[in-house]
Write a protein that binds this ligand. Structure first.
Ligand code: 2AM
Length: 136
């Protein structure tokens, strides 16, 4: 009995490490994203990948760079992908005749669309680097 409750406690304590989605609004600089906006961006990225549509080369692979100190909330060893998440709520797209900047913020996810992180260039240590968004 005691053993079972210890096991249950260990399991529940370990859960946050495998956390699915953020618990509330995620903030990247002054941009705010709801969980549903994050889900929409991930689904759009997965759909684009599956259909072979890569606006401005997104999604592309995301690499775990120890120097960026970004925690990935998904399990496994990748590959991981990043896709722009837009502060105006639009789904990112870009064509050669109508280029759209990807902006500063990205969702990070697995090939099957499992949430890993929201990251941003805003406030990163280097110009091209990323930092985790708040509450991601
Ligand atoms: P970005 O393409 O989404 O802007 C230049 O080296 C590029 O590296 C940047 O433009 C940036 O992404 C990308 N970059 C920065 N950190 C990265 C990481 N951890 N994984 C993949 N790409 C990264």
């Amino acid at each position: 009995m005691l053993f079972k409750s210890i096991l249950a406690t260990l399991f529940l304590t370990a859960l946050p490490a495998l956390a699915a989605l953020p618990s509330g609004v995620v903030t990247c600089g002054s941009n705010r994203y709801t969980v549903s906006a994050i889900t929409v961006a991930i689904n759009a990225g997965v759909r684009d990948m599956e259909s072979g549509n890569f606006p401005d080369d997104y999604p592309h692979q995301y690499y775990d760079e120890p120097s960026e100190h970004i925690q990935l909330w998904c399990s496994g060893n990748g590959p991981w992908y990043e896709f722009p998440i837009m502060p105006d709520g639009s789904i990112y797209t870009s064509t050669s005749s109508h280029y759209v900047s990807p902006g500063t913020d990205r969702v990070v996810f697995t090939e099957s669309g499992t949430y890993c992180a929201v990251v941003t260039h805003t406030g990163a240590a280097t110009y091209d680097g990323f930092v985790a968004c708040d509450n991601d």
